[in-house]
Design a protein around this ligand. Structure first.
Ligand code: ARG
Length: 572
């Protein structure tokens, strides 16, 4: 068991001895914010004392009298208002690293309480190109899925594509009237987008076209064979293009249940909500009101329009019911941009009225926009939204130029492969690094820089360690770890925090925690490498111990980048 877990369990049982009725699940051990005071810290005693109106330092002393962690820690210290600070004994640190070197663990453990999480992410719309807005959902959602899976949770990834709605009326008019088959064959989504734009512009000017679109939609909804066939083709062609992007990004979905999947569930759902008194009629429409909720008081959720049509909310409620029934999840995570906050607040509030007893926790993991270097929404030079496929192509092209300048001696195919890994990695990392709720400025130069907090920097750090091993003839995984230099100790202790970082990322849905952890790891490795000779170490034991530190750093870098969906190459 990892040291922080051992400390945590012992602390929990010591607390139980002093306060038999306390909820010890809140007694946690986390990295100490300032290494001056220790390696790990627990602040739980202060809130326990507060609940009971006890003196927190006195409680801390009583608990310490029952706590024996002397096998792995120096003397435990009480600080401030009642923090407990723990410092690992060097021997315990070395033992943990030796176990990692033998691949017993990689500084994280699978959870003992696995949960089931459904993650709803990416969710592009049929007949429209995926744009940079979808990239954040895809990349964030994928990395959350990877983190939860690595920690041993059961994850269902669901791509809730937009494959139903009024736009199909216009698309059908366009498809029947002026489809360009040659264009459809080369760029299906581009052609469908053209049709949609053309007809929707006409609808604004010409009521006859609007009426034609309405009729095509009614026919589709009524199951007209021809319209259904065209609609299915539009979905299949779009899916093909989505899949090409997912392939490049290495993103996989367990299920793709688009909005249309819930179509026949909408009418019964509205009836059920009416019957249960959760929804009611209002000016001919049906809505859920949230009178008791100050934020949503003025924002009822519309679930049936006065013309009988259903809303985005209706589909989301039906989707929710289906997921509860099908997977019995502990958690459902929705990854979309911040503009959908009100929508999800409504869905979550409706869920409380409707399934108040459910154990499922719903989370809206929202994110800000991607801006151009002018601070305005990121657009192409001609002012159009940037297509994801063009963006990925440009990333690879730019990376290829950089790699070719730096490593002209490598064969063309290898440089191409490096450029692919670096280019895609840079785009993903730039998206994951900022606090997801803030907007970020898209900058090719920044994200592709070999210096700074970027994917290429981390990939390069990995490749550099690999090059040490190409030069080292020996270096065994059974090495005895000897930590003497301060840089070795700092690096070793940082390695130990990998698992805690993964857990924090999964808990708060924030991949930026892991980005920053890896960036710091690379920095600490650099100081170690500059100050502690590895291949020219003074003796064999030190050399092997340092090689083991190099190897562990490389393995954590690789595993951490993998959680971010980013690949590495052995040579750059
Ligand atoms: N298709 C929607 C869009 O492009 C996102 C769907 C998000 N998921 C959901 N369950 N509403 O904005």
């Amino acid at each position: 068991m990892l040291p922080h877990k051992q400390i945590e369990l012992k602390l929990q049982s010591a607390v139980r001895e002093i306060l038999p009725d306390a909820d010890v699940s809140i007694v946690l051990v986390r990295p100490c914010p300032d290494p001056k005071f220790g390696d790990y810290q627990s602040n739980a005693l202060m809130s326990l004392a507060k609940q009971r109106k006890m003196n927190p330092r006195q409680l801390a002393e009583n608990v310490l009298a029952k706590l024996d962690v002397s096998d792995i820690c120096e003397k435990v210290e009480i600080a401030g208002a009642g923090f407990l600070n723990f410092r690992l004994k060097p021997a315990a640190l070395a033992l943990t690293l030796e176990a990692a070197a033998r691949s017993v663990h990689l500084f994280f453990e699978k959870t003992s309480t696995p949960k089931t999480a459904v993650i709803d992410f990416s969710s592009p719309n049929v007949a429209k190109p995926m744009h940079v807005g979808h990239i954040r959902s895809t990349i964030l959602g994928d990395s959350l899925a990877r983190a939860l899976r690595l920690l041993g949770h059961r994850v269902v990834t669901d791509n809730h594509i937009g494959d139903w709605g009024t736009q199909f009326g216009m698309l059908l008019v366009g498809w029947k009237r002026e489809l360009n088959s040659a264009a459809l064959a080369t760029d299906a989504i581009g052609e469908m987008e053209r049709l949609y734009k053309k007809i929707s512009a006409e609808c604004k000017e010409n009521p006859a076209v609007l009426e034609a679109a309405r009729q095509e939609l009614v026919k589709l909804q009524a199951g007209d064979a021809e319209n259904l066939k065209i609609w299915r083709e539009m979905i299949a062609l779009s899916q093909k293009q989505f899949d090409a992007i997912y392939g490049r990004l290495d993103v996989k979905f367990d299920v793709t249940l688009g909005e249309s999947f819930y179509n026949d569930k909408l009418a019964p759902l509205v009836d059920e909500l009416l019957k249960k008194g959760i929804a009611r009629e209002s000016e001919g429409a049906i809505a859920i009101f949230f009178e008791d909720n100050p934020q949503l008081k003025a924002h009822p959720a519309l679930i049936r329009k006065s013309d009988g049509g259903f809303n985005y909310s209706t589909t989301d409620l039906a989707t929710l019911a289906y997921r509860l029934e099908k997977w019995n999840p502990d958690e459902i995570i929705y990854v979309t941009d911040g503009r959908q906050q009100l929508h999800f607040q409504q869905i979550f509030a409706a869920f409380k009225k409707w399934h108040g007893e459910s154990k499922a926790k719903l989370a809206h993991v929202w994110f800000g926009s991607i801006l151009g270097e002018d601070g305005k929404p990121f657009k192409t030079r001609s002012g159009e939204t940037v297509k994801l496929s063009d963006l990925l192509n440009e990333a690879e092209d730019r990376a290829f130029k950089i790699v070719s300048e730096k490593s002209s001696e490598l064969p063309d195919a290898q440089r191409k492969e490096i450029a692919r890994v670096v280019g895609i990695g840079a785009v993903k990392y730039a998206d994951l690094l900022p606090n997801r709720q803030s907007d970020y400025v898209f900058s090719w130069d920044k994200m592709l820089a070999l210096q700074g907090n970027t994917a290429p920097y981390l990939q390069y750090a990995y490749a550099r360690i690999k090059s040490i091993f190409r030069k080292a003839e020996s270096g065994s995984r059974e090495a005895e770890i000897k930590l003497a230099a301060p840089e070795e100790i700092v690096l070793a202790k940082h390695l130990l925090n990998f698992g805690l970082t993964l857990e924090a990322m999964a808990e708060e849905y924030r991949p930026n925690f892991l980005c920053n952890y890896l960036f710091e790891l690379a920095g600490k490795f650099t100081s170690f490498y500059e100050n502690c000779p590895v291949l020219k170490a003074e003796n064999e034991t030190t050399r092997n111990s340092r090689l083991a530190l190099c190897d562990l750093t490389a393995r954590v870098l690789k595993q951490g980048l993998d959680v971010l969906g980013i690949e590495v190459v052995e040579q750059m």
